[in-house]
Every structure is written in structure tokens, then in C-alpha cells.
Design a protein around this ligand. Structure first.
Ligand code: IPM
Ligand code: MG
Length: 369
């Protein structure tokens, strides 16, 4: 049997720097744990635009649909700010999400003990925090038609986007949230704006339908998304799994991410329907962006990208124990005081470089054997 296949798309900015460390970790699992992957690397975002004139080449898209999982670094940067909307780096990522039909975006917000002081909130509000945001990723206002900018025939213009959700789109992402909750603390909170949007009314009704018919044993609650944002900073530990639409999920997940202290720590998984081999279509990426301000300086924290590979081990390759081994390695490195520049406080030792952080995680992996 051939090895499972990975397509690595480092992308732009710090993407390639952090992905280099992930490549070393993939090699470690091959050598030390007998978990070998067939790895190929390609371009996405601005890097793809520079070579092909589009932010994702058709051949790359085709390979993404064939491999067992895609690992992505980051896309975008100031160099591409003036490009036409249709070829902006972000369009490459959105095309991957749409054509791979990655409807369920898992964004865990976990506060590592060693980092509780980094949160902008009081330590006791975030210490031990462990929530999972499930964001719908292939529909809603990100993709709804009609969309565009037109003349309004009165001498001005009108910008249009459409929030649109179908029964099936809501039910499938709700199922993925309930499934996750069953393996966690058995609670789902669904967020929408049913007080002002019909799509929100439908969202709530369909989540209730899935709950009553398929997951009555899971505790379900509902919140308007604005209240949800407020509750996330007031008392985030009340949540276990949050399920919400594409746009609210974009906003609420940034909010939840910052509770944990650093965007440099947070991984994500974007999953589609399970294929015949049981593996879902899947893309794994850090929540942080391309960070042009620190690109090329060897400063970036590779943890989020490394933890995204841990999610791949768990959700694509059924290697939960090896995923935990990798997560524990990152935790133990942080606990030992080894930190990249984003995680520095007064009195700390000097920050380590991206590569040194990779070295430390590899040493912790060796120590775990
Ligand atoms: C995210 C990002 C993307 C989004 C951008 C880069 C298109 O903000 O993954 O949260 O809006 O979905
Ligand atoms: Mg975002």
C-alpha cells in the first residue's frame, strides 16, 4: 500500500518559514514512528500569482482534490494589495475551500497554562479555556449570489452580497458540531441573528431539527451572534462547541483566538464529507495570516502550523495518540520557557528563532519516546 499523501502549500509571508519546521516534524514521524507520507509542495496565493498570474493554478487545484490532506501556510501581503479582486491571494484559499467542499472549519481556542498571562483578559477568565468553534466555510455571504458592484442608475453605485443558506448546508455543519461535542463536553451553542435575518431563522430551525432527530443527548443552546461575541470575552469558559455561519465564524474565531494570548498558537482544520476510504477532504492551516511585518526575519512562531499538522494526524489519519504526542511536545517546550518573540514578557530569556523553536519541539518529541 502506498503512503498517505500530503500537498504542502506554504504560500506567502511567514508561511514558508513556519512550514519548513512542519516539514522537519513530518520527517520525524516518518523516521521515528513509521508514519511515512508522500509529500509534494506547490504554490498558492501571491506566490502562485507571481508565477502563474492566478492565486491557484488549475493543476494545483486538481492535486488538492486528489491528495489525502492539504497543509497550507498563509496567503496575502501588501505587495498584492492593488491586484484586481479576482486574482487576490485570498481568492486562492477561497477556491480551495469551495472546490474541495470544506464545509466544516474547526477552530479550537485553547489556553495553554504556560501562556495564560498573555491573554488581554484576566488570567482566571481564560486559564484552562478549551472551546471549539465550528465555522461553516463554503456558503453564506462569502459565496452567495448575486454579488458585485454596479451602478445604481442614480449616479451612484451599489455593492451587493447575498447571505444564503440551504437546509442541507446548515444540517451538515450542525452534524459535525454535534459529533465533536459528543467527544468533548457534550454542549453545542449555535449562533446566528435570527432576530433580524431570515437566514438566521432557518439556521436556528435546522440546527434544532438535527438536534431533535439525531443528537437529542447533546445539550443545545442558541445565542444571537452579537451577544455571543460579548459572552466570549465576558465568560468564555461557558462554551464547549460553538457552531455558526461563515461570516460570524470569521469574526467570532478571531475574537476567541485572542483570548488565548497569541494568534501564533492556533491551528485549524477545514473538513469536507468523508470519502470512500473514510478520510474527509481536508485542509489544515494556522489561523494567523502571512504577517508581512516579520517576514524573512526568522522570528515567526511555527507552533500554530505545527499544531495544524497535529490536527491532520487526528482528523485525517486517525492517529490521535501521535497528535497528542505532538501537542504535548509543543506544550512542554512552552512550559520550559522556550519562546518565540510573539510570546515574550519582561524578564524572559531571549526569544528563540523559528528554527530553534522547531529544534526544541523535535527534542521534546525525541524525549517522548
Ligand atoms: C480566515 C481569513 C480568511 C477568511 C481570508 C484570508 C479570506 O480571515 O481564514 O479567517 O476571511 O475566511
Ligand atoms: Mg478570518
Amino acid at each position: 500500500m502506498s503512503n498517505p499523501s500530503l500537498l504542502i502549500l506554504p504560500g506567502d509571508g511567514i508561511g514558508p518559514e513556519v512550514m519548513d519546521q512542519v516539514t522537519r516534524i513530518i520527517d520525524w514521524f516518518g523516521e521515528k514512528r513509521g508514519l511515512k507520507f508522500d509529500v509534494e509542495t506547490d504554490l498558492v496565493g501571491g506566490a502562485a500569482y507571481d508565477k502563474h498570474g492566478v492565486p491557484l493554478a488549475d493543476e494545483t487545484m486538481a492535486r488538492a482534490l486528489e491528495v489525502d490532506a492539504v497543509l497550507l501556510g498563509a496567503v496575502g501581503g501588501p505587495k498584492y494589495d492593488d491586484l484586481d479582486f479576482s486574482v487576490k491571494p485570498e481568492r486562492g484559499l477561497l477556491r480551495l475551500r469551495k472546490e474541495m467542499d470544506l464545509y466544516s472549519n474547526l477552530r479550537p481556542a485553547q489556553c495553554f497554562d504556560a501562556l495564560a498571562d498573555f491573554s488581554s483578559l484576566k488570567k482566571d477568565i481564560v486559564a484552562g479555556l478549551d472551546i471549539m468553534i465550528v465555522r461553516e466555510l463554503t456558503s453564506g455571504v462569502y459565496f452567495g449570489e448575486p454579488r458585485g458592484i454596479q451602478d445604481d442608475n442614480e449616479g451612484g453605485r451599489v455593492g451587493v452580497n447575498t447571505q444564503r443558506y440551504t437546509t442541507n448546508e446548515i444540517r451538515r455543519v450542525a452534524r459535525s458540531a454535534f459529533e465533536l461535542a459528543k467527544r468533548r463536553n457534550n454542549k453545542v451553542c449555535s449562533m446566528e441573528k435570527a432576530n433580524v435575518m431570515e437566514s438566521g431563522i432557518l439556521w436556528r430551525e435546522e440546527v434544532i431539527w438535527v438536534h431533535e432527530n439525531e443528537y437529542p443527548e447533546v445539550e443545545l443552546s442558541h445565542m444571537y451572534a452579537d451577544n455571543g461575541a460579548m459572552q466570549l470575552v465576558r465568560a468564555p469558559k461557558q462554551f464547549d462547541v460553538i457552531v455558526t455561519d461563515n461570516l460570524f465564524g470569521d469574526i467570532l474565531s478571531d475574537c476567541a483566538a485572542m483570548l488565548t494570548g497569541s494568534l501564533g498558537m492556533l491551528p485549524s482544520a477545514s473538513l469536507g464529507a468523508p470519502a470512500a476510504n473514510g478520510r474527509p477532504k481536508a485542509l489544515y492551516e494556522p489561523v494567523h495570516g502571512s504577517a508581512p511585518d516579520i517576514t524573512g526575519q526568522g522570528k515567526a512562531n511555527p507552533s500554530a502550523c505545527i499544531l495544524s499538522f497535529a490536527m491532520a494526524l487526528r482528523y485525517s489519519f486517525d492517529q490521535g495518540e501521535e497528535a497528542t504526542r505532538l501537542e504535548n511536545a509543543v506544550q512542554s517546550v512552552l512550559a520550559s520557557g522556550v519562546r518565540t518573540a510573539d510570546l515574550m514578557q519582561a524578564g524572559d530569556k531571549d526569544p528563540v528563532s523559528t528554527t530553534e523553536m522547531g529544534d526544541a519541539v523535535l527534542a521534546a518529541l525525541d524525549a517522548s519516546l
